[in-house]
Write a protein that binds this ligand. Structure first.
Ligand code: CS2
Ligand code: MG
Length: 408
């Protein structure tokens, strides 16, 4: 059996997604997610122009060999574009292998070690009343763990805080902002640091001590500011504080860790195990935030999470709406089969997205399950996809009040 066809499907049902579909000479198909938010066409080209021609004629069963061929063989290693493209190939090959084996992918990965995956949703609001409303909505939806983001007095709209649409639960970027250039937001670190502890105090007072609460700092702080925030949030018992500093400098986390017992999660912008080497071996974090989609696929994610498991560090895989339902399903199969699963982010896609991607995964009583269809359990409906052509969209840019571009 050989790989006969490799197709790259770009579609935009509310936001852009890049999907690779491989077909074997026996007409078995596998899909992989290669979506890189705001840089989608770069990955589509990397696949179309550079990887697809190399795949035709290869044995689809040799997943590890193909992975090494694309990673080591390409000479230019790592980076989000390369690793998203390789991830799509790897996941599509696992999908094919599981279909050939006649089992859901998690069985091939060793079988379920839990009944379902604890998932967290994104509650947010420009102010406390809107935040409380959003938390209540998430509880009604069945979420048992909730991320909390709010506006900061004196600042305008902030990334991560829903614009207050009719559903009230989603960011204003699904549908993604269709702008030719990124929108810009204003940021003031001192105002943020003053405000956030009071928000968590109010949420704990209203919703009690049990509900797991998370918070995403989105790389905006220096290490000493992050240390201070972690310390000031300790009374509110966070499940985690995410991306507290830009973590290219892994050593920076030593300082944060020295000052706070608030658990730390990092890595949604990382793409290989090397980005975590210091963080994991020195036990500077508690959760690995990488997505299967951005880290080269299931094969390297398994290696990364096994490595993290040696240090009692758990998974907290990235699952925003810019990870497609294909990428979400891959995370769910892996999460069900590994011992050191921690939590899965689950933002929920729009109806238009779910019309294009036919999925078998379920969300009930706060837990996700990938379902029991053979393979990944996700198909892309090409006709539905064709109705949503690519439309450029960007993530926002952040500036300090004096105009300086800031991490965000
Ligand atoms: C966020 C993401 O889900 C998260 O934790 O940080 O929304 C992230 O900003 C986007 O995935 C960027 O594409
Ligand atoms: Mg994040």
């Amino acid at each position: 059996m050989e790989i006969e066809r490799a197709e790259v499907i770009v579609t935009s049902p509310g936001r852009n997604f890049v999907t690779l579909r491989l077909t074997t000479t026996d007409q078995v198909q596998g899909v992989g997610d290669a979506t890189l938010n705001g840089r989608e066409l770069a990955v589509a080209s990397y696949l179309q122009d550079h990887l697809c021609p190399l795949l035709i004629g290869r044995d689809p069963q040799r997943i590890e060999d193909i992975w090494q061929y694309l990673y080591r063989g390409g000479y230019w290693r790592r980076g989000p574009v390369t690793m998203a493209a390789i991830a799509a190939v790897d996941v599509a090959l696992w999908d094919i292998k599981a279909k050939l084996a006649g089992m859901p992918l998690y069985q091939l990965l060793g079988g379920a070690v839990r009944t379902g995956l604890l998932a967290y949703g994104h509650a947010s609001g420009a102010d406390l009343p809107r935040l409380f409303e959003s938390i209540e909505k998430h509880l009604e939806l069945g979420y048992r763990a909730i991320r909390i983001q709010t506006g900061v007095p004196g600042l305008g709209p902030l990334y991560g805080v829903a614009a207050g649409d009719s559903e009230g639960t989603r960011y204003d970027y699904e549908p993604a902002r269709r702008t030719m250039v990124p929108t810009e937001e204003a940021w003031d670190t001192r105002a943020y640091l003053r405000h956030v502890p009071s928000v968590f105090e109010a949420v704990r007072n209203k919703f009690g001590p049990e509900l797991p609460l998370l918070h995403d700092v989105h790389h905006r702080l220096t290490p000493i500011q992050a240390a201070r925030l972690g310390k000031s949030l300790e009374p509110f018992d966070l499940f985690w504080m995410e991306d507290c500093t830009p973590a290219e400098n892994q050593e920076a986390l030593r300082l944060v860790r020295r000052h706070t017992t608030t658990p730390l999660a990092i890595g949604e912008v990382f793409n290989t195990v090397w980005d975590y080497q210091t963080l994991i071996t020195e036990q500077l974090i508690d959760y690995v935030r990488s997505a299967v989609t951005h880290t080269g696929g299931i094969s390297p994610m398994r290696r990364l999470l096994d490595f993290a498991g040696l240090y009692q560090i758990k998974s907290g895989m990235h699952g925003p709406t810019d990870v497609s339902p294909v990428g979400m399903a891959a995370a769910m199969h892996l999460g069900l089969a590994i011992h050191n699963f921690g939590i899965q982010e689950y933002m929920r896609h729009s109806k238009a997205t779910m019309d294009v991607f036919r999925t078998s995964y379920t969300f009930a009583e706060g837990l996700l399950h990938p379902g029991d269809q053979v393979g990944l359990g996700v198909e892309i409906d090409e006709t539905a996809a064709a109705a949503y052509p690519y439309a450029g969209a960007y993530l926002p840019v952040n500036r300090l009040l004096d105009g300086t571009v800031h991490d965000w």
